[in-house]
Design a protein around this ligand. Structure first.
Ligand SMILES: [Zn+2]
Length: 301
């Protein structure tokens, strides 16, 4: 939990051009776009069973509910801003283990699933068109909740690259799953990423997604307590650059969630996530043509 405040402070100190906003709380109606009304009200009213709470991993409290609502609200706000400005981020979120009717693995609500459905609804109201969404989940753990929620939804493509031997031990089927062995390092990881991105674009050869949600977990880092992989900080920054470059080449906005990161040294986790924010800021500048890089991609989703 300590990393969130540290990351915010590091962004304020190190990347002052990033505009910070207070996260709004997601409403019951918004949460019900991806969760069952029964589960939403059980969380809101403190009626989760002991087993449900154990699966989430931390105890219920009114503050836990408020934090979970705001974490979803931050991803909603990031997605709306990304559709206008090309890039925006939630400094938390990426709670991808939450399913429609239950939480799990420190995740109460699935921020990306709720935001994806809401952006599709808002986009359709404004443009009378379908907003296709791609979820690029590079947290070291599989995005099982997201995969389950969108299992039968061809308008949301779910990609997860994760440790084969890592939590969750019963994985769900994403549209594209890439499993990596323990100890996987930079070169093998980046090769797998390139291949996965290529498949993602191939599967959208008739219509590109209009929005990417990127879960930039810091937990593939070699210093992570839970990750089991061996990526360096430089390797993770290269990962981020490749994801942003691939989206921006196709003029697809990116909404970023920070997802997991459990460094033995918490400052290392924060440094990896700050580096992700630096890459995001670079791409915001490119998208808005305000940076040094004046090469602007022209293709429209
Ligand atoms: Zn994780």
């Amino acid at each position: 939990m300590g990393k969130y405040a540290l990351l915010r402070d590091a962004v304020i100190a190190g990347l002052p051009d990033i505009r910070l906003e207070v996260a709004p709380a997601a409403s019951d109606g918004e949460l019900a776009l991806a969760h069952t009304p029964t589960y939403v009200s059980a969380v809101a009213e403190g009626l989760l069973s002991a087993a449900q709470q154990r699966e989430i991993g931390f105890p219920w409290s009114p503050r836990m509910v408020e934090r979970s609502r705001r974490s979803v609200g931050a991803t909603i706000a990031a997605a709306r801003t990304a559709l206008r400005e090309g890039v925006a981020a939630n400094l938390a979120g990426g709670t991808h283990h939450a399913c429609a009717d239950k939480g799990g693995g420190y995740c109460v609500f699935n921020d990306v699933a709720v935001a994806a459905r809401l952006m599709q609804a808002e986009w359709h109201r404004l443009h009378r068109k379908l907003l296709r969404v791609a979820v690029i989940d590079l947290d070291v753990h599989q995005g099982n909740g997201t995969a389950a929620i969108f299992r039968d939804d061809p308008t949301v493509f779910t990609l997860s690259i994760h440790g084969a031997k890592n939590f969750p031990f019963r994985k769900e089927a994403s549209d594209l799953d890439v499993e990596l062995p323990d100890g996987c390092a930079d070169d093998a990881y980046l090769e797998a990423l390139d291949a996965a991105l290529q498949t993602l674009w191939q599967r959208h050869s008739d219509a590109l997604p209009g929005l990417v949600f990127y879960l930039a977990g810091a937990d593939p880092h070699e210093g992570d307590r839970l990750g089991r992989l061996k990526l360096s900080a430089a390797g993770l920054a290269e990962r981020d650059r490749r994801v942003f470059a691939a989206a921006h080449e196709r003029r697809i906005p990116v909404a970023l969630s920070m997802a997991g990161g459990y460094g033995r040294v918490i400052e290392q986790t924060v440094a990896v996530q700050l580096a992700t924010m630096r890459v995001a800021l670079d791409h915001w500048r490119q998208w808005n043509n305000t940076g040094h890089d004046r090469t602007r991609p022209t293709r429209h989703p």
